[in-house]
Design a protein around this ligand. Structure first.
Ligand SMILES: Cc1ncc(COP(=O)(O)O)c(C=O)c1O
Length: 398
C-alpha cells in the first residue's frame, strides 16, 4: 500500500515512543513514574464539568457546530473578555478570534493557511515537537533558530543572517517556553514585531502556557504594540484549566491570518462540540481562582524538585515559566543516556533534551504534572539511587 512520501520526513512522536517504553516496563511489573509528559493530573474545575453536562443535555448542541464557522459567537466573546481582563488586550470577536481544537491544531492550520511549498519557516531550537511536522506537511522547510541559556533561552534575532530572514515567511515560537521554561520580555516581543515587520514574516506565537508563570507578570504576544499586524497568538484551555482531553483553544490576532486559518479549518473539520464551547466559556469567565490554586501546587512541586536536584549536585536556577524544569545533564552523559541511566536506576522517566532539537542536547526536562505522592516517591528514588552528579560548566549559562 502506498503511503504519502511526506510521512517519511516525520520522526516518531516523542511521547508515543516514551509511552511505548513505559507500557513495556509496566507490563513487566516495573512501577514506572513518568515525569516526561506535560499533562495535568488534577481534575477540570467542577463548574466546567457541570456546564458541559447541562449543555450536553440540550439537543440543539448535538448537531454540527457549524452555524458559526469560527466557533460560537458566545465563545469568541468570552475569549475577548478573557484577554481584556487578564492582558488588557482588545480583540474583535467577529474578526480576530477563531475557536480551535487545541493550540496544536492551530499550529497546523497556521501552516495550511499561511505557508507555501518551498518556504523557509523559522522555528526555535529546542522547540515544541509539533511545529516541524506541520511545516513539512505543507512542503516547506523548518529552519532552526538556536535558543541558548546564556541568552535566557530567547532567540537572538540580530544573529539571524539577513539572507535567512529575507527567505523566511513564518516564525513559530512560544513563551512561556516548552521545553525550557523561559519567558519573553516586553523588549523581546517589541524586537520580534519589528523583525517580523522588516522581513514580512508571519508570526505564529503559540502560547498555551501563558498563565503558568511564577513570580513574574503574565505576558501575551498581543501586548506588544503592532503584534496584530504581524501575527496571531494561539492559546488553549488545556493547561490552565486541566482540560487537555477536552480539546479547546483559540487563535487570536491578525484578521487575515485568522481568516486563512479558518478557511483551512472549515475544510478539514466541523469545529468544536458546542457543549465543550459552553464549558469553555465557564472556564474563561469564572475560573481565574482555579488557575491560582494550580500555580501554588506547581510552585510547591517545583521547589521540591529543585531541592532534590541541589542535594544531588545541580546548582540550577530555573526560568520562571511553565510546569517544566529544563535542567543540564551531568558530565559524561548525552541527554538520552542520562534518561536511560535514570530510568534503569529509578524507573523514573524524563524527557531527553535532544528530542526537542540539536540545541536541546545536554538537557533533560522534568514535568511537574504528576500527583504529589508520586512526585515524592520519584524524588526519593533519585536521592537514594543516583549519587552525586558533577558538571564542568556553569548550570545556568551552558
Ligand atoms: C508549546 C505547545 N504548544 C501546543 C501544545 C498543545 O496544546 P493543546 O492541548 O492546546 O493542543 C503543547 C502541549 O504540550 C505545547 O507544549
Amino acid at each position: 500500500m502506498q503511503t504519502a512520501e511526506r510521512l517519511g520526513k516525520i520522526p516518531p512522536y516523542l511521547f508515543m515512543t516514551l509511552r511505548n517504553k513505559i507500557n513495556e516496563a509496566r507490563a513487566q511489573g516495573v512501577d514506572v513514574i513518568s515525569l516526561a509528559i506535560g499533562d495535568p493530573v488534577e481534575a477540570t474545575p467542577d463548574a466546567v464539568i457541570e456546564a458541559l453536562s447541562s449543555a450536553a443535555q440540550d439537543k440543539a448542541n448535538h448537531r454540527y457546530p457549524t452555524d458559526e464557522e469560527w466557533g460560537m459567537a458566545a465563545f469568541r466573546e468570552a475569549v475577548a473578555r478573557w484577554y481584556e481582563r487578564r492582558y488588557h488586550v482588545q480583540l474583535d470577536p467577529a474578526n480576530e478570534v477563531l475557536a480551535l481544537i487545541g493550540s496544536k491544531e492551530g499550529c497546523h492550520h497556521f501552516a495550511l493557511g499561511m505557508i507555501n511549498p518551498g518556504d523557509l519557516v523559522l522555528v526555535t531550537d529546542p522547540g515544541y515537537p509539533g511545529y516541524k511536522p506541520s511545516i513539512w506537511f505543507v512542503g516547506a522547510e523548518p529552519h532552526p533558530i538556536a535558543m541558548k541559556g546564556e541568552n535566557n533561552f530567547l532567540p537572538d534575532l540580530t544573529a539571524i543572517p539577513s539572507e535567512t530572514a529575507k527567505r523566511a515567511t513564518a516564525f513559530y515560537l512560544n513563551y512561556p517556553n516548552n521545553p525550557t521554561g523561559a519567558v519573553a520580555t516586553p523588549e523581546f516581543l517589541a524586537d520580534l514585531v519589528a523583525f517580523a515587520r522588516d522581513y514580512d514574516i508571519a508570526v505564529c506565537y503559540d502560547n498555551p502556557y501563558s498563565e503558568v508563570v511564577f513570580g513574574v507578570d503574565r505576558l501575551s504576544f498581543l501586548n506588544a504594540p503592532g503584534a496584530k499586524e504581524v501575527g496571531v497568538e494561539l492559546n488553549s484551555l488545556s493547561k490552565p484549566y486541566n482540560m487537555t482531553g477536552w480539546r479547546i483553544g483559540m487563535a487570536c490576532g491578525n484578521p487575515d491570518i485568522i481568516r486563512a486559518m479558518a478557511t483551512s479549518k472549515a475544510n478539514t473539520d466541523s469545529g468544536v462540540f458546542n457543549a465543550i464551547q459552553y464549558a469553555g466559556i465557564e472556564a474563561l469567565d469564572k475560573c481565574d481562582a482555579f488557575i491560582e490554586e494550580m500555580l501554588q501546587l506547581y510552585a510547591a512541586r517545583r521547589n521540591k524538585v529543585l531541592a532534590t536536584l541541589r542535594e544531588l549536585g545541580w546548582s540550577y536556577e530555573p526560568p520562571p515559566g511553565t510546569f517544566y524544569l529544563w535542567t543540564p545533564v551531568p558530565d559524561g552523559f548525552t541527554s538520552s543516556e542520562f534518561c536511560d541511566f535514570v530510568f534503569e536506576k529509578t524507573a523514573v522517566v524524563l524527557a531527553p533534551g535532544a528530542a526537542y532539537g540539536t540545541h536541546g542536547e545536554g538537557y533533560v526536562r522534568f514535568s511537574l504534572t504528576v500527583e504529589d505522592a508520586r512526585l515524592d516517591e520519584a524524588l526519593c528514588r533519585l536521592r537514594d539511587n543516583l549519587g552525586k552528579v558533577s558538571f564542568s560548566t556553569d548550570n545556568n549559562t551552558k
